[in-house]
Design a protein around this ligand. Structure first.
Ligand SMILES: NC(=O)c1ccc[n+]([C@@H]2O[C@H](COP(=O)([O-])OP(=O)(O)OC[C@H]3O[C@@H](n4cnc5c(N)ncnc54)[C@H](O)[C@@H]3O)[C@@H](O)[C@H]2O)c1
Length: 258
């Protein structure tokens, strides 16, 4: 068996972001046609341009994953363009503002939950019926180290990433006999715009670079992940090489909390 997505169709939410772009490029390099879903049109277009420049095929879908009509529209766009969905990277998320719980604005708690939990739920709700009808498919939800442990000033994000694991396990059980697998990739810190925003908010003295160096040094292998390393795991989980893996959160974090 080979790592091969030739002729397959992949849908990647948050495909304009750091990890999303890396996984779009990786899937396209292995032969998949990729629908790049993102709220940020320019970011999604930049991903498509990168895929096309490397000889791949990709399309943009501008969507807010927290809105069911947008989710229905990106699923319909993939089916109209290519007729099936083999791989779904349910990856878009927002870290929210950086506050202790007692100071956290209630409406922003709701927004974090809407994107990170309802968005993943809606993605599953709209994509799984397509995969069940096909009798095949693989979903990778993006969890986090925050799916397992708490982080100060990131309460709603942490709660949302715990919820992603709950949805992953439930979905996997419900579709396990229908040819569809559902897993979650759970990265520690990855060098992307999201992490830079978190560090800017967390550094009490305003020295985000120092915080970054301290945090990287606390990781057993001494560094953050590259988006491409996380993409490698996502691609593996979506591939036939992972044919007996379902319902799992798989951590990628340089040995943290080992
Ligand atoms: N960077 C890290 O350290 C890290 C660690 C663990 C988990 N993660 C997770 O990895 C995933 C990707 O994060 P990233 O680091 O690439 O972040 P990123 O900010 O670079 O990318 C996130 C993308 O999601 C898009 N997005 C946000 N809200 C959206 C919405 N409502 N609808 C559609 N698209 C929306 C953004 O426009 C952006 O392009 C997220 O689920 C994140 O929680 C990241």
């Amino acid at each position: 068996m080979q790592l091969d997505f030739d002729g397959q169709v992949a849908v990647v939410t948050g495909g304009g972001g750091g990890i999303g772009r890396a996984v779009c490029v990786a899937l396209a390099r292995l032969g998949a046609r990729v629908l790049v879903v993102d709220l940020d049109r320019a970011a999604a277009e930049a991903t498509v341009a990168e895929v096309v420049a490397r000889g791949g095929e990709a399309l943009v879908a501008v969507a807010d994953v927290s809105r069911s009509q947008d989710v229905a529209a990106y699923v319909a766009q993939a089916l109209q363009a290519w007729g099936c969905i083999d791989v779904f990277m349910n990856n878009a998320a927002w870290q929210g503002p950086i506050h202790d719980l007692v100071d956290y604005p209630e409406e922003l708690f709701d927004r974090v939950m809407a994107i990170n939990v309802r968005g993943v739920f809606l993605g599953l709700q709209h994509v799984l019926p397509v995969m069940i009808a096909q009798g095949r498919g693989a979903v990778v939800n993006t969890g986090s180290l925050g799916s397992y442990i708490g982080t100060r000033m990131l309460g709603p994000y942490t709660a949302s990433k715990h919820a992603v694991l709950g949805l992953t396990k439930t979905a996997a059980l419900e579709v396990a006999r229908k040819g569809v697998r559902v897993n979650a990739v759970c990265p520690g810190p990855v060098d992307t715009p999201m992490l830079q925003a978190i560090e800017a908010g967390q550094s009490r003295d305003g020295d985000a670079e120092r915080l970054r160096q301290q945090r990287a040094a606390s990781i057993p292998d001494g560094r953050y992940a590259l988006p491409e390393e996380v993409a490698n795991l996502m691609v593996y989980l979506a591939s036939d090489l992972a044919s007996h893996i379902t319902g799992q959160g798989i951590q990628i974090n340089g040995g943290s909390h080992a």
